[in-house]
Design a protein. Sequence first.
Length: 198
Amino acid sequence: MALTTVLLDLDGVVRHFDPARVASVEQRHGLPIGILHATAFDPELLEQVVTGRMRRVDWVQEIGERVSHPTAATECFADHETVDESMLAEVDALRSQGVVVAVLTNGTDTIPAEMRTLGLDSRFDAIFNSAELGLAKPDPRVFEAVCSRLCVDPTEVFFTDDSASKLKGAVEIGMTARLFESVDQFRQHLTEAELTRP
């Protein structure tokens, strides 16, 4: 079946965060380098926030309590992201040729507001947020839910994510899935999938 839909991860693909900024926060507050992200991405804690069982504000508060420095946690997880305009150009080009382009992010309850602030809410045909779906990548069920809402068969979908571990569920249900490493490589993957720009 021909590909009709492109599904993108959000962070690391469309928007980016500067890892050096996290280290600077830790240095400024006398914390061990890496402790904030290690705490934030503790699997059990992360699972709660990205499946909507915990609000983002409570997640940040919990991180602050675990590292004994609430101020550092608040500073670290304040919004300082940048949007990849070259990636958005690819999105615009795909949509202009009739390809449906959507986002699937392991996000929190604040994703809708973040997308509006960044002006991204109107740049995609749909934005799917794990915190709203109650399921997170790489669970195959979250990909099935997205396909159902888009009214497409999984074999019609090209999915890319900057985390190799997130691709598994997409592959399991029949999507074409590729690791995202750069916009240039993304273009190459589109060409190989016969989803080339005009």
